[in-house]
Each structure stands twice: as C-alpha cells, then as structure tokens.
Design a protein around this ligand. Structure first.
Ligand code: CP
Ligand code: NVA
Length: 289
C-alpha cells in the first residue's frame, strides 16, 4: 500500500523523530543515491520558491529526476480534465507526485486516485513539509523537541494548523494569538486575542503572512496588534527564537528589525527545507513511513 504525506498527522511521533535524524544525517553529507532512476512530478497551482527549489535539488542530489508542471502548461486538475484522470495519468509516468494546490479536498481526491505516493507541498489546509523543516530547526536551536512552547501570531492558516497538529503528536505546547475571526477551527490548543497570555514563556515565536495564497483578502486592521516587532518580542522568553516560513511581508506581520535581528533563525529555517525534504523523499521511497 502506498503512503501519502498530506498532513503532518500522517506521521507518528516515532516517524517524525526518525525522519529528523535522517535529515540531520543529510546535513552532515551522508547523501546516497536513494532515488536512483526515480521520476518525481512537481505539480504546482501556486507560486513557490522554497518548496519548488528544495524538492528539485533534493530529487537531483538523491539521484532521481524531476519534472515541474505549472497549471498554465498542464491545466488545473479538475478543470481541463477530472482530478481522477489527472492522477491516473501522472501515476503512469512518475514514481511520486509533489503537489501544491488550492483545495485540500481536491488533493485528497487526487491522492486517492493516484497509485504512487502523493506529497502535500501546501494546500489551503496544511503545509506539512514546512513543519518538518521547522521541527528540525527547533531541535537544532533549542537542543530538544519537547518541553517547549511555540506561540504563533496572526492568521490561523495552513502553517499554523500543521504546527498545532505537530504539537499534539510530539507533546509540546502551542498557542495562537490572533483576531478571534481568524483563529483555527481546532479546539485542542490555546487561542486568544491576549498577546501577553499567549507569549508568556514562549521559546519560539512564529508568524506568517496575514493573507495566504488563495485567501479572500482580509483587512490588515484586526491583525495589526499581532505584528511581530521588538515590543512583541519582549513578552516571550528573552532567549526565544523567531521563525517565519517565508515569504515575509516586511512591515506587516514582521518588522525588518526582528526578521534581521539576533533572535531570528528564519534563514536557517528556510535552508532546512532541503535536508527535511530529502529525508521525506528517502523515507517515502524506502517505504519506512
Ligand atoms: N515557505 C514556503 O513554502 O515557501 P514557498 O511558498 O516559496 O515554497
Ligand atoms: N500561509 C502561506 C504560506 C506560504 C508558504 C500561504 O499559504 O500563502
């Protein structure tokens, strides 16, 4: 039975920890030709820098080949042809499919019809590949992957949901501070409009765009109190690290001072997309997740 990676919750705690160990080994240069003769399709309905680039380099460095498809070339699945037909045809040529889509429901339909593993490269619901790199970064910076707290500021989006699910799987604390109407539909975590409460004892402060790709444009107004700036930073632990999945909207959800400041690990986090994606591909092709 093939294994898809559509949600961070598709992995157990043990599988996440093993994957991060493989990622750390990749960073130490333990690259092998794990994907030799494998063909990986990248199908993207939305723009991407980090995800596209890190998957392309990962596949190549692991000895495989990739083909990138934007919707202006192949059409959007479900429009030019049915989602199921699209999935069956790609499955005939490729050994795995990495897909960035607008609709998570479409991705689930696509994965159900595909006969090869499907990896979620971001949907409106989750961004699990991002969160693998985030966990790798947190483990490197904090020296542990338990007994810590992430506070997410702003919009309860795909990245926030994947982090919240990871918190449940790994047992760390996760709080979201943002306007009530933009909080997650996920009851298991602390969600509040009170910044002080959310940031108390935070080891990691995380933010992301106030308007995700494909969102109906939201007003910045209710988001303004949740901007990650030097004042916000003071409410967390003094040694707290600052994270952002990027692309950043400087001057909106985060200020230049903070993203370029000493507590920011944002560019190491972006760099960690590469070993994280390599580890995911290795584990998918080895059928160990
Ligand atoms: N963080 C992230 O996924 O970036 P891209 O949208 O550029 O891939
Ligand atoms: N939440 C953002 C993440 C971009 C990587 C979006 O979906 O646009």
């Amino acid at each position: 039975m093939k294994k898809d990676f559509l949600s961070i919750a598709d992995l157990s705690q043990e599988q996440i920890l093993e994957l991060l160990d493989v990622a750390a080994m990749q960073k130490r240069g333990m690259t092998a030709e794990n994907l030799a003769k494998k063909q990986v399709a990248l199908y993207f309905e939305k723009p991407s820098l980090r995800t596209k680039a890190s998957f392309e380099v990962s596949v190549q460095e692991l000895g495989g080949n990739f083909s990138y498809f934007a919707t202006d070339e192949v059409g959007k699945m479900g429009e030019r042809e049915s989602i199921e037909d699209f999935a069956k045809v790609l499955s005939a040529y490729f050994d795995a499919i990495v897909a960035r889509v607008f609709s998570h429901a479409d991705l689930e339909k696509f994965a159900a019809a595909a006969s090869v593993p499907v990896i979620n490269a971001l949907s409106d619901h989750e961004h699990p590949c991002q969160v693998l790199a985030d966990l790798l970064t947190i483990r490197e910076k904090l020296g542990r992957l338990k007994d810590f707290k992430i506070t997410f500021l702003g919009d309860g989006n795909n990245v926030a949901l994947s982090l919240a699910l990871a918190a449940e799987i790994l047992g760390f604390e996760f709080a979201l501070a943002g306007p009530e109407q933009h909080q997650l539909d996920y009851k298991q975590i602390t969600q509040t409009e009170n910044l002080d409460e959310a940031l108390k004892d935070a080891d990691v402060i995380y933010t992301d765009t106030w308007n995700s790709m494909g969102d109906t444009k939201k007003s910045d107004e209710p988001m303004l109190p949740f901007q990650l700036n030097t004042e916000t930073l003071k409410k967390a632990k003094p040694e707290a690290i600052v994270m952002h999945c990027l692309p950043a909207h400087r001057g909106k959800e985060i200020t230049d001072e903070v993203i370029d400041g000493p507590q920011s690990v944002v560019f190491e986090q972006a760099a960690n997309r590469l070993p994280a994606q390599k580890a995911l591909l290795i584990k998918i092709f080895a059928k160990t997740i």
